[in-house]
Write a protein that binds this ligand. Structure first.
Ligand code: CO
Length: 293
């Protein structure tokens, strides 16, 4: 009895699945394999951010010369702002729909975010919905800059490589991360821990999360720091780096620290301008593309 019901169910399932199979095979002729890369950044309204995006694209194209590259931006505020200026940028969903139209069968989506916060998780949901719709034969999402312990160690090495050579051991280095209300905000303090294992005068704060500048300032004062280098820990040196970090306003990090008697030297370069960081994103992309072999 049990077996009978079971085989009846199987028969129903089989019949029910038929139309979907026919649809998926596109009237019997499977599409030829076409692999594509979708690079996804938060976006920036600053023209200077283009330096970072161009550097990533150059590196990706050099590493995977035969694979077409498309772009998408997760910040709808940035997309809206730029649309008003006549620059139309795709959201990840729009970019993926276009790639479907272009008959891509395998897509490696690479997040260019720093941590797996809100933007990354939204992107993950978009990728998952294209996967469940059967939009591509395969679609994979690459990790942001910081994911595994190995990433933390590589990022620490990259940071030490790009700290200006003029810096003395007694000078602090303070990196400005973005910060988020998402639980992944803890990555910034974890990054600071990783850096301080090698150099106790390197700090990581955030502009929109924790640790905020007041927390870091207390740490600098306790250590009797007289000078600090300020560097963005974001892929682009955009609005936050120029204004919230290095700006003239009273609440910029530079102003807050200088008011406390700490001399500041600012470095206005996003992490994606340095190959040491871009190599990490490219390696995450490589992991995705290896799934298509
Ligand atoms: Co922001």
């Amino acid at each position: 009895m049990k077996t009978k019901r079971c085989s009846l169910m199987m028969a129903i399932c089989f019949v029910a699945a038929l139309p979907f199979c026919a649809m998926a095979s596109g009237h019997g002729s499977p599409s030829p394999k076409k692999v594509g890369i979708l690079l996804v950044a938060f976006g920036s309204s600053e023209a200077s951010a283009q330096v970072s995006f161009s550097n990533i694209e150059k590196k990706v194209k050099a590493t995977f010369p035969d694979i077409p590259v498309r772009w998408a931006y997760t910040s709808h505020i940035i997309r809206e702002k730029l649309t008003k200026e006549g620059k139309v940028l795709n959201s990840p969903a729009t970019a993926l729909a276009r790639m479907q139209d272009e008959k891509f069968t395998h897509v490696a989506v690479q997040s260019l975010h720093t941590i797996d916060g809100e933007e990354y998780h939204d992107l993950n949901r978009t990728v998952a919905s294209f996967r469940s719709m059967g939009g591509f034969q395969k679609i994979m999402l690459g990790y942001p800059l910081l994911s595994t312990q190995a990433d933390f160690e590589r990022v620490a090495t990259a940071i030490f490589q790009v700290i200006p050579k003029t810096r003395k051991a007694s000078d602090a280095v303070l990196l400005m991360g973005h910060g988020t209300p998402h639980p992944a905000n803890a990555f910034y303090a974890a990054m600071m821990f990783q850096l301080q294992l090698q150099d106790p005068n390197v700090f990581v704060g955030t502009v929109e999360g924790y640790p905020e500048i007041d927390v870091i300032l207390d740490m600098l004062v306790k250590k009797n720091i007289k000078k600090t280098y300020l560097m963005p820990f974001m892929s682009v040196a955009g609005d936050h780096a120029k204004n919230d970090m290095a700006g003239k306003e009273a609440d910029s990090w530079k102003s807050v620290l200088e008011k406390a008697g700490i001399t500041c030297e600012t470095v206005l370069k996003g992490t994606a301008e340095y190959d040491a960081f871009v190599d990490i994103w490219v390696d995450h992309l490589k992991v995705c593309l290896n799934h298509f072999k």
